[in-house]
Ligand binder design. Structure first.
Ligand code: WTA
Length: 651
């Protein structure tokens, strides 16, 4: 599609109306918006009735001490019971909860709700044997295997908040998270399969523990790949020894609605990741209702597949808690989309008859590049609804997705939310909204969002500004782990009473919302959040680096790509390609492969203002091969010429 057609498309505001059949039997209709608008708390209370509670709540929302919200105050609930036991008790124990697909072909397992419940009970008993008590934190560093879901739900059952660390993160990243939330136990595996080969995890756990000291008492290890592992007697235990041997009977305690469910670390604008705290009742209400509403889930007939890794919030809200609370049958896939061939995802869709498919724009753009003929080889006719998350979906990718995956009929829900929000907040409703390619459309019923200017005034239609949430919502973060002040400063200090999401947005002439990306020093690479500061600190921790500046430059495939500008220490001596490779690997080691810069330029100086602040805007111009913008506020305006001449001579 040419640039011109693209912009015409946006100007035209083409709309795709809901399919008549879907609209006629949709879970949620237009009426929900009015009902929620007339009484938001009553609306969420009704959504809460979809779950099983012990003690009913006395108060839907306590907002007497903003920004610290309490939802369903006085209520007691167990997330694992809501995800498993209640389905089994209702006679749905034989229903498949997970169609798990390993990366090696023919390595599959189906787990029913009854089987999953038994496994979770065994794991809960085994964790109790290891001394895990309510309130203790447990870190989970796992591949995409059923035991990961079991581990999370076992923690939830016990009321021991889990912190899942993405398996692609480094030992250092794991160590800092384990330290921050003082995890007693780490659950891991020998490794997992990625890109056709076993990829080890246990060595990173050993390395992390060596850094954090004797904080971690036990490591519970799942045998997945069979690769050799070092073993610390007394500390390390095999999952198959302790979980398999444990009883499948486990009496679940009901926890307070505000009991911590999990901590998920995410990048902020400073070097230190933030521990986003989610609690139990409101989180489960928010995720389960939105999963049912936005994906129009029909648990009896749908086969749902969210391709996110469980190491990210999407895996928490829309693979574990939302779908299982709703009794969905879903696909969980261990590996990469191209292993062993580029049609793997569509082969899985065909095999299991996937009806609802949820992925990220970066994946869609990758498939576009690989070619229409790949999905065309498989039967995708079961698909009735498509979802997108993680970054703005460009109209070209939207149209491709709709046509090549959705058979030109499945509506697309472009869902905007964050690790912090816990649940989807802005999205079309598939039975109600006529979708526009590229727009997340409107806040869901019960959600109050707006786009405001610098003075917090709502912008008129047709204008842009900052995205804010004006009222609390059930699955919102409650604080940052151990840092209430940073929680206030980060999200609530810009304007009184408003949650600032960090995203720029525009209202179009109809008042529909278009997300424009981050307005802070957070990059979005393949739908993953990375902080410029965090990568800069990683670079500067290398002995040859004196100073570093990182920017997110537009990238056709990954949305944004990491571009670094580095000043070497005098003592560095030789430089060149080897050093650049070494620095890229150094970042991967410090943070993880996803943070590896696409490009590193060794420069003699960085553009700074007179007060010493690096002007990343100018570096971004260089990285995106644009004419460099206004340099008048630079302390030394010749710096940019130096950098540009470097770029011109680069290979
Ligand atoms: C971006 C992922 C545009 C946004 C669930 C947000 C989006 C950040 C969309 C959160 C979307 C997520 N359209 N931008 N549909 N969804 N984003 O915490 O910048 O990993 O602030 O949560 O991703 O990323 P996070």
């Amino acid at each position: 599609m040419s640039e011109e057609t693209l912009s015409n498309l946006m100007n035209e505001q083409r709309r795709f109306a809901p399919p008549a059949e879907l609209a006629a039997s949709a879970n949620v209709t237009e009426e929900a918006y009015e009902r929620a608008a007339s009484d938001r708390e009553a609306f969420w209370a009704e959504a809460a009735e979809r779950l099983d509670w012990g003690q009913k709540w006395d108060q839907v929302l306590d907002w007497s001490n903003p920004p610290f919200a309490k939802w369903f105050v006085g209520g007691t609930i167990n997330a694992a019971v809501n995800c498993l036991d209640r389905h089994v008790e209702a006679g749905r124990g034989d229903k498949v909860a997970l169609h798990w697909v390993g990366e090696p072909e023919d390595d599959t397992r189906d787990l029913t709700y009854a089987q999953l419940k038994d496994e979770v009970c065994r794991a809960a008993n085994a964790l109790t044997e290891l001394g895990v008590q309510k309130g203790d934190r447990v870190a989970i560093y796992m591949p995409m295997i059923p035991e990961t879901v079991v581990a999370m739900l076992a923690c939830a059952r016990l009321g021991a908040p889990h912190t899942v660390v993405f398996g692609g993160f480094s030992a250092d990243a794991l160590a800092s998270r384990v330290t921050d939330c003082e995890a007693k136990v780490i659950i891991t595996a020998d490794g997992g399969y990625r890109r056709g080969a076993p990829s080890a995890l246990k060595p990173a756990v050993d390395e992390a523990i060596a850094k954090v000291g004797d904080l971690v008492r036990n490591v519970l290890v799942v045998r997945r790949t069979g690769q050799d592992v070092d073993w610390a007697e007394g500390r390390d235990v095999w999952w198959h020894d302790v979980v398999d041997a444990a009883s499948a009977e486990h009496e679940a305690e009901l926890h307070d609605s505000e009991h911590p469910l999990y901590v998920m670390y995410t990048s902020g604008t400073t070097g230190k990741p933030k521990g986003i705290l989610h609690t139990t009742g409101g989180y489960l209400v928010g995720t389960s209702w939105t999963h049912w509403a936005v994906f129009d889930l029909k648990p009896e007939t749908d086969v749902y597949w969210c391709t996110a890794d469980v190491g990210w919030v999407t895996g928490h809200s829309y693979m574990v808690y939302g779908p299982l609370a709703n009794g969905s049958t879903q696909v969980m896939y261990e590996g990469t989309p191209d292993a062993p061939h580029k049609g793997r995802w569509w082969e899985i869709v065909e095999k299991y008859g996937v009806t609802i498919f949820y992925t990220a724009p970066t994946a869609i753009r990758t498939f576009m590049k690989w070619g229409d003929e790949i999905p065309a080889k498989y039967d995708r006719s079961s698909i009735r609804l498509l979802g997108s998350v993680g970054e703005p979906i460009n109209p070209e990718a939207y149209i491709w997705y709709r046509k090549n995956i959705g058979g030109d009929k499945a509506p697309i829900v472009d869902t905007w939310w964050q690790t912090e929000t816990g649940q989807i907040l802005i999205s079309p409703l598939p039975g109600v909204t006529s979708g526009k390619p590229g727009s997340a459309m409107t806040p869901l019923p019960g959600v109050a969002a707006d786009v405001v200017d610098d003075e917090a005034r709502p912008v008129p239609n047709g204008s842009g500004g900052y995205l804010v949430l004006t009222q609390p919502w059930p699955a919102m973060l409650r604080t940052l782990w151990g840092d209430d002040q940073r929680f206030k400063d980060t999200y609530w200090s810009r304007w009184e009473g408003l949650y600032f999401a960090g995203d720029g947005a525009k209202k179009d002439d109809d008042g529909d919302i278009w997300l424009l990306g981050r307005v802070d020093d957070v990059m979005n690479v393949s739908g993953h959040r990375l902080s410029t500061t965090e990568i800069e600190s990683a670079l500067v921790s290398h002995p040859m680096v004196a100073e570093a500046a990182v920017v997110g430059a537009a990238d056709e495939m990954t949305g944004q790509a990491v571009c670094a500008f580095v000043i070497l220490r005098e003592s560095a001596g030789v430089q060149g390609d080897d050093l650049v490779t070494e620095l890229r690997n150094h970042v991967a080691k410090e943070i993880g492969g996803i943070a590896k810069p696409r490009q590193i330029m060794i420069v003699p100086e960085l553009p700074k203002t007179r007060s010493g602040k690096i002007m990343r805007r100018l570096l971004k111009d260089v990285a995106e091969h644009r004419e460099v913008g206004d340099v008048t506020t630079l302390a030394d305006s010749t710096v940019m010429d130096l950098i540009k001449s470097k770029e011109a001579s680069a290979p």
